[in-house]
Design a protein around this ligand. Sequence first.
Ligand SMILES: [Zn+2]
Length: 319
Amino acid sequence: MALLLRAEWVVPISGEPIRDGAVLTEGTDIVAVGPFEAIKKQASGDELLDLGRAIIMPGLVNAHSHVVYTVFRGLEDNMTLFGWLGACILGPSELLSKDDFLWSARLGCLEALRAGITCLADAAPLGRAVARAMSELGLRGIVFKEVFQGEGDVDSVLQAALREVRDIAREGHGLVRAGISPHAPYSNPPAFLKATLELAREEGLPISLHLAETKEELELFLERKGELATIADVLGLKVPRAVGKTPTEYLAKLGALGSDVLLAHCVHLLDQDIKLIADSGSAVAHCPKSNAKLGSGIARIPEMVSAGIKVGLGTDSAA
Ligand SMILES: [Zn+2]
């Protein structure tokens, strides 16, 4: 069934904006784009939907999201990252069932669509729920299964992750591709990070990591001091000891940078970090609203773009 869409502006991205433009569709395919008067000649008799004062353009891409946490929005709006993670994500997560998280993911996907977003790069411990919500609502993208070693042994944690990766692909119904995310350089031991990267590359899975989101992460890696070092010591987390390197240098040494890697945040980068990321071909998901809300800082986007790094925009969690 053919449908002719008309709007005051059509912005095709690959060409100049078109005033009084039209898009002719046939089923799920776009068959013609151009000025309304020209396109309507190809479409005689087809159904016309005139949107009036509107812009028709390709869907937006959200380069870093966590839609399962959408319902946690508003729990606390005056905390920095690590306090907020405990009070607004980890604590409340204990109260929700898998089904609750699925509904939260559906809400996140609906909000994305309302904002014109049609493609997500989402990271979630419950990747299967996100893939299901995305495919139900017609969103496409990548769901990165988030993995933490915790108290488990490397092999059993990664085998469970691989099973969920297969579930993500199945639930995604061709719209969603599975990836893997070992969360951040500070939240998993180096041996686990290395094993996760090896598995991802064996399986051809894209990788995502949070990197250099806070100055505390930089302090932990350079000198093992500051709030994150204290939290790691108090909780007895098996995280890297002071390595005398920035988090980016540490990841580079582990082989965790590359053109198959999407890095979220990258707020606290030194000059050498920007060079390492640029040389590796890793892409960066810039999340300005999240960085502002949590007081994390301002990313050096002009320098990253000048260095040739591909930078996309992300919301981070909508909570
Ligand atoms: Zn994130």
